[in-house]
Design a protein. Structure first.
Ligand SMILES: Nc1ncnc2c1ncn2[C@@H]1O[C@H](COP(=O)(O)OP(=O)(O)OP(=O)(O)O)[C@@H](O)[C@H]1O
Ligand SMILES: [Mg+2]
Lengths: 349, 301
């Protein structure tokens, strides 16, 4: 178990592409940190640098008290779970899990004991003699987890480990992985592009965008106070509504229509982007915002209404008991639910 | 009820259709059968001929029916010492052929795998260039370099040795090529998982790559064994010592007697030897055939 420190770590690929701009952060001992971001933003690059599979162009990476920049993956005492499991197809489950220990020169009896223990923890006991080709996707994923935990590493690395599973299994494995990590208290870095996974699993989330850290914080912080329009629209489903407008005294005049009263960014004038989460809005006959509903989506637990607010696209999520129909309705806003962003830079105001 | 009648109607019509002769199918079968006969009849005739004595064959040519000299011919082919020095019999030649075939196949697989391993997995400056150089040698048949090779082996004093017989032919562009293609199809994640598991280059090769390649190895083994077994020119050149003769050469030796004019060549015996020479490659193919097909078509990764 160990703390991980990145100090201005940067990655430039040999072809000159800057995949990761210098970034620094700490992962405290035992924490599970989720790297999230759209495809191609550099999540895998960052993870693979921590694993030692990709060279660090600049900066310093430490695991525990060691600077590991020049240390081989095998000697970093880490374990990695891959998207496609990467199990050795010709080895049994037991041998797959024990291979790393065998290479470390552990005695056979000790390997067998550790494999058995990990197998029990993951419900793999009956499968230990099978080959990967005789397992289902979820079972393979478990074996990959088993291979990681038998080595009692300082650090777990996950690269989209659940993306090949169906939705139901993904939910189940998500909970299992989280529970296992809590139990073992092993520092972990988990890469995903799924924001639900990020929100549910993380102690802290790092949102990456085009090779830069956009925001770092607990799921509640990321959700409650997104640092930029990018984070605001990336985290949360359905995404936050972003409306263009101009500050007008103690309110904001939205482009093409109504004014939001009683809420304005402090010390800012001129154009502004207003962010409102679809679930933070109330339907109210005394509301001052006319909302034209075009479509109603039925999601079971709640309903999503898509339409326009003064000409700008807008969505509202309402509880399943609320009546929802197309046509014009009135919305009421709580000032606390309104976020403001700089229109040009996307920064939170 | 109407549905049921309909189904029966369809069922009857299908049976009727099935009974009708499809001329296309018949045509296909005729072509296939002719093809099979074309391949099998010569082999059968050699087999039949191998049971006649030399005089019959000499007078009447190849035989369609079996004669009574079966055991005599095979006995002679296998156990009778012949050649100028009377030092070689069928068993010796069979052993020599086996050594050549096995040495060839195993040697080529080892060299080919190692070359491909170096090319695919190590950041060598000229790896691609080296590969294409190796690849172009595919276009050069052995005959092109046979004289210089002979010179080298001769001057190293390796003429008339198994080493001289096998080693110069071991470098194999074909095997290197196939193994390279195969290694490149091994998923990157697997290699990375092995790296994290602490498998160095040697362990990765032995523990992961070799077991993964086993179907490929089987396929290569068959091809290379048959190739080595059938070598004629190189063994002729490099071995003058009759105790190193291979079966393929031995057959020729028997026919050679005809050119000397002194006696009737032992046709029956030569045919028997030809049959004996066919058996091991056929056995190898039958034994490895499952793997062979797998190695060429499927990849269980
Ligand atoms: N070997 C390489 N050489 C050059 N550029 C690369 C290389 N590997 C990745 N990249 C680039 O670096 C960027 C980040 O890649 P990375 O694999 O880290 O993305 P990612 O965030 O993991 O995306 P995904 O969610 O699709 O897996 C991409 O734009 C990619 O094109
Ligand atoms: Mg990735």
């Amino acid at each position: 178990m160990a703390k991980v420190t990145l100090d201005r770590v940067r990655k430039v690929y040999p072809n000159g592409f800057e995949a990761l701009y210098p970034c620094s952060f700490d992962i405290p001992d035992g924490e599970l940190i989720v790297l999230v971001g759209p495809s191609g933003c550099g999540k895998s690059t960052l993870l693979r640098m921590i694993a030692g599979l990709e060279e660090i162009t600049e900066g310093e990476l430490s695991i525990g008290d060691r600077v590991v920049n020049d240390i081989d993956p095998a000697n970093r005492n880490i374990a990695m779970v891959f998207q496609n499991y990467a199990l050795y197809p010709h080895m049994t489950v037991a041998n797959n899990m024990g291979y790393g220990l065998r290479n470390r020169g552990l005695p056979k009896s000790e390997i067998a004991a550790k494999v058995r223990e990990a197998g029990e923890m993951l419900n793999l006991t009956e499968l230990l003699d099978r080959r990967p080709s005789q397992l289902s996707g979820g079972q393979r994923q478990r074996v990959a987890m088993g291979r990681a935990i038998v080595r009692s590493p300082d650090l777990f690395l996950f690269d989209e480990p659940l993306s090949n599973l169906d939705a139901k299994l993904r939910n189940q494995m998500r909970v299992e992985i989280r529970a296992l990590q809590r139990r073992l208290k092993t520092t972990s870095v988990y890469v995903t592009h799924d924001q639900v996974e990020a929100m549910t699993m993380a102690d802290r989330i790092i949102v990456l965008n085009a090779g830069r850290i956009e925001q770092m914080g607990s799921p509640a912080e990321i959700y409650g106070a997104p640092a930029s329009t990018f984070v605001a629209s990336f985290m949360g489903a359905p995404p936050m509504n972003l409306l263009k407008g101009t500050v007008n005294g103690s309110g904001v005049l939205l482009d093409g229509g109504p004014t939001i009263t009683r809420a304005a960014p402090v010390g800012h004038t001129g154009p502004v982007t207003v962010g409102i989460r679809p679930e933070d809005i109330e339907l109210s006959d005394d509301g001052d915002l006319p909302f034209d509903v075009d479509i109603v989506e039925e999601l079971g637990a709640n309903r999503l209404m898509h339409g326009h607010l003064g000409g700008q696209p807008f969505s509202v999520s309402v509880n399943k008991d609320m009546h929802a129909a197309t046509g014009q309705i009135k919305l009421a806003l709580k000032p606390a639910a309104v976020h403001f962003f700089d229109t040009e830079e996307g920064r939170r105001l | 009820m109407a549905d049921v009648t309909d189904t029966t109607a369809i069922a009857t019509s299908t049976t009727r259709r099935r009974k009708r002769i499809k001329w296309e199918t018949v045509g296909d079968h005729v072509v296939l059968i002719l093809g099979a006969l074309l391949m099998l009849v010569p082999v059968y005739m050699v087999f039949a001929t191998s049971s006649h004595d030399a005089i019959t064959v000499h007078r009447e040519g190849l035989q369609f029916l079996f004669g009574d000299q079966f055991s005599e011919n095979y006995n002679a082919a296998l156990f009778e010492y012949g050649g100028f020095t009377d030092s070689v019999n069928g068993i010796t030649m069979l052993t020599n052929s086996l050594i050549l075939g096995l040495g060839f196949a195993i040697g080529k697989i080892i060299v080919g795998m190692m070359a491909a391993y170096a090319i695919v997995y190590f950041r060598l400056k000229f790896a691609t260039f080296a590969f294409w150089i190796i690849f172009t040698t595919l276009l050069l048949p052995l005959e092109v370099r046979i004289l210089p090779s002979y010179e080298v082996i001769q001057s190293m004093g390796l003429a008339n040795t198994y080493t001289g017989l096998i080693v110069p032919l071991i470098a194999s562009a074909t095997a290197t090529f196939f193994f390279r293609q195969f290694f490149r199809s091994v998923p990157e994640e697997l290699i990375e998982a092995a790296r994290i598991d602490g498998a160095g280059p040697f362990k990765f090769f032995i523990d992961i790559l070799v077991p993964l390649s086993r179907t490929m190895i089987a396929a290569m083994f068959i091809i290379m064994f048959v190739f080595g077994w059938n070598q004629y020119l190189w063994p002729t050149l490099i071995t003058t010592d009759e105790s190193l003769f291979t079966l393929v050469r031995g057959i020729r030796q028997i026919i050679q007697a005809y050119a000397d004019g002194s006696t009737t060549p032992e046709y029956g015996e030569a045919a028997a030897l030809a049959i004996i020479a066919m058996v091991p490659p056929v056995l190898i193919v039958i034994f490895f055939q499952n793997w062979f097909v797998k190695g060429l078509t499927e990849s269980d990764k």
